[in-house]
Design a protein around this ligand. Structure first.
Ligand code: T1G
Length: 694
């Protein structure tokens, strides 16, 4: 059946697009639109045309799955030109989200109507692209340069009322039925004999050319390292400086540059990966899930309070338990002040804040959790304390309640062994601040039941997180890969680099900050405590780096003490400190390390290849099921630049043969301890494959 059908409603020709799930502009849709248009234009009984869609949304864009395949005619630009050139009025009847090519089709129509709940947007920039079917030339002519720049560069959609204010839609319907509203609007157009307006026929948009430079400056920080936002600005500039026919050529040039860029491939990989992570290989899609209508949190500290907010934000009543009244009061006060800050920023109303606070019940008794559907423990990171808590929860909680631990490093299986219901125990590793960071590492224990996994994965999305299923090991996926990066960074400093050089290399690569600025932000004492706790079991033959410990022993713990690796005069901007440089030089001397100049390339390779090698081992051990899971962990948990796709996608783009050669190079220099390549990596190189082929 054609993806587009033509129905005659009196003198109106109704095109109904039906290409689930989002009516993407696949080849079938493009062909169907073209065929229906030809037929409708030849039928004298048809006086006007309405383009509407079945299902949940108007066309949501080009079919991203077709990118990279040879384009098949009719091309979207041809279809759009035909629609705009039509000699009969064409009306787009929009519901759901008219996005990307979908909005570009609507812009080629002569009129646009939207139902009240509809949204319109050009999110191509999020895929490393720009609107490549006339959107950068038509939207400025319809809504002006400022609105066009804002929409195209941010990729954020506008709700129908705002789109109406901006002149993008001609009318917002009374009701939510796009077909009925579209036909009624079309009949009005015919009866009023309204003039057809073709946006491509309008002249370049008069504007102050300084607008573009100002806009570039305004996004410079947020768009650092990205290509597409700046190409978007160039394309909109063409709409202001060139006649349409030349502007559309410029748009095409810029679009093709982006389409062929590694950044676009990376961002499209992330688009699909962040959806794929919710699908656990081997877990049947119809695995039953348990009802989660109430929750309990043990611990009202930073993590516990943040986790409680996640549930309140999702409208789930949550009881938060502390041992002492003052700690409980502090926890509730912190939650309240977090919400108040959001209200001050205008992102939450006062009543919404009170409504959410009303969903959070403080308590001093774990017994108050006897009827909740899930409990998340967020107490001090010590195994004996956690086992004691789980032993008590086992006694208190109802049958079928899920018992989750927020541990960031401890063995979930051992925690589960403190209960008689290990099948109901799982790890839910939130990242601090829990009410902000989107990543949630869901840790599956050896005996965790399938329905518990399915429930926690579904719950992740409900509480606004990107849940990734990981296995039990030290550090799971994220922190396990962070460790070798931190190790190499510390080694590089004692060999000759300075912290600011290492940080700059990773900052320029695209991380929000380098490892040492990040350590200062988190608190140097965090790593110090972990290292000290492991000292007893450390292999004395393994190289270790202790210069950071020396900084902690000077009571320089990072931002929170105004100094750590760096100094912080304003409390947040890292300033290299000559005193620390002296400490490092003296440390190198003390350990007999002759300092040398180290290239940025060596810094980047040793930090990233050490991570990638660890990621390969994580895949070998089944701690992560797919390389895309690792990519999403690092993008959402550690700010890995989305335009590089994540550590494993990046490795595939570099070429695993190059990565392996790099690891072998450092193995020859530093030995097998830290540079033995993963057998999986060696196998993939031998087979000429990438991690994405797994
Ligand atoms: N192409 C192909 N598949 C798509 C798709 C698309 N454009 N959009 C969504 N899907 C799939 C998605 O992978 C998932 O599949 C299912 O649909 C449901 O999506 C020329 C070049 C529309 C707001 O960037 O923002 O037009 O996992 O889980 O939460 O200028 O999907 O079920 O197999 O996200 O309700 C521009 C991207 C393209 C829109 C719905 N358009 N999509 O959100 O469902 S480039 C976009 C979205 C372009 C032109 C350029 C969202 C949504 P599966 P979902 P949702």
């Amino acid at each position: 059946m054609s993806a587009v059908t033509l129905k005659r409603e009196g003198e109106i020709g109704l095109f109904l697009v039906n290409n689930p799930p989002v009516n993407a502009l696949s080849h079938g849709v493009r062909e169907g639109l073209q065929d229906c248009l030809t037929e409708a234009l030849e039928d004298d009984a048809i006086k006007a045309i309405v383009i509407a869609c079945e299902g949940r949304t108007f066309i949501a864009g080009a079919d991203i799955r077709e990118f990279g395949q040879p384009p098949k005619e009719p091309h979207l630009t041809d279809v759009i030109e035909s629609i705009e050139a039509a000699t009969k009025p064409v009306i787009a009847a929009i519901h759901g989200t008219a996005l990307g090519g979908g909005l570009e089709v609507a812009l080629a129509c002569h009129f646009r109507l939207a139902v009240p709940s509809a949204k319109v947007g050009l999110p191509e920039v999020k895929l490393g692209l720009l609107p490549g079917a006339g959107g950068t030339q038509r939207l400025p002519r319809l809504a002006g340069v400022e609105t066009a720049l804002q929409m195209i560069v941010s990729g954020e959609p506008l709700p129908a009322p705002k789109a109406h204010e901006a002149g993008i839609v001609d009318e917002v319907a009374e009701a939510e039925d796009p077909v009925a509203a579209g036909i009624e609007f079309a009949r009005k157009v015919v009866s009023e004999n309204r003039e057809i307006r073709r946006l491509s026929g309008l002249p370049p948009v008069v504007t102050d050319p300084a607008v573009f430079d100002q806009f570039e400056k305004a996004i410079a920080h947020r768009a650092r390292g990205f290509l597409a936002p700046f190409h978007c600005i160039k394309a909109v500039r063409a709409a202001a400086e060139l006649p349409f026919s030349e502007g559309i050529e410029r748009e095409r040039e810029l679009f093709v540059e982006l389409l062929l860029s590694p950044q676009a491939a990376a961002q499209q990989h992330v688009f699909f990966a962040e959806r794929q992570v919710a699908r656990v290989p081997g877990l049947p899609k119809d695995t039953p899930t348990r009802e989660i209508n109430t929750a309990g949190i043990i611990g009202a500290g930073t993590m516990g309070g943040g986790i409680a907010m996640c549930f309140a934000n999702a409208g789930i009543p949550v009881t938060i338990v502390e041992a002492k009244q003052d700690a409980l009061d502090r926890g509730i006060e912190t939650i309240r002040s977090n919400y108040a800050r959001t209200v001050d920023k205008g992102r939450l109303s006062r009543e919404q804040m009170e409504q959410r606070m009303g969903l959070i019940t403080p308590s001093l008794k774990m017994e108050d959790l006897s009827s909740v559907d899930i409990v998340i423990e967020a107490v001090f990171e010590a195994m004996d304390i956690k086992k004691d808590v789980f032993g008590r929860l086992d006694e208190i909680c109802k049958e079928g309640a899920i018992l989750a631990t927020n541990t960031s490093t401890l063995d979930v299986n051992e925690i589960a062994s403190a209960t008689k219901r290990p099948q109901d125990v799982m790890g839910m590793h939130f990242f601090s601040p829990a009410n902000v960071m989107k990543l949630l590492e869901n840790v599956r224990g050896d005996r965790t039941a399938d329905d518990v996994v399915a429930t926690v994965m579904a719950l992740s999305k409900k509480i606004g997180k990107v849940g990734v299923l990981v296995g039990v090991c030290d550090g799971f996926v994220g922190n396990r890969m962070l460790a070798p990066r931190g190790r190499e960074a510390a080694f590089l400093v004692e060999e000759g680099a300075l912290p600011q050089q290492v940080d700059k290399v990773l900052y320029d690569f695209g991380f929000p900050m380098g490892p040492f600025a990040m350590a200062d932000l988190a608190g140097l004492d965090v790593g110090y405590r972990i290292r000290k706790a492991r000292e007893a079991t450390r292999d004395p033959n393994l190289r270790d780096s202790t210069w950071l410990d020396k900084i902690v022993e000077m009571d320089r713990l990072g931002q929170k003490t105004g100094a750590g690796v760096y100094r912080y005069e304003d409390g947040r901007t890292p300033i290299p400190d000559p005193e620390i440089e002296q400490l490092i030089v003296a440390h190198s001397k003390e350990i007999g390390m002759e300092r040398r100049d180290i290239s940025d390339e060596e810094i980047l390779e040793r930090c990233l290849y050490a991570m990638i090698n660890e990621g390969a081992k994580i895949l070998e051990e089944g701690i992560a099921a797919r390389s895309l899971d690792i990519d999403i962990v690092w993008i959402y948990g550690y700010g890995f630049p989305v335009y590089r796709g994540g550590p494993m996608f990046y490795a595939d783009q570099v070429g695993l043969d190059k990565v392996l050669a790099g690891i072998e190079k450092y193995r020859r220099r530093f030995g097998d301890d830290f540079w033995t390549p993963s057998p999986l990596l060696e196998r993939l190189v031998k087979e000429g494959k990438g991690f994405g082929s797994l």
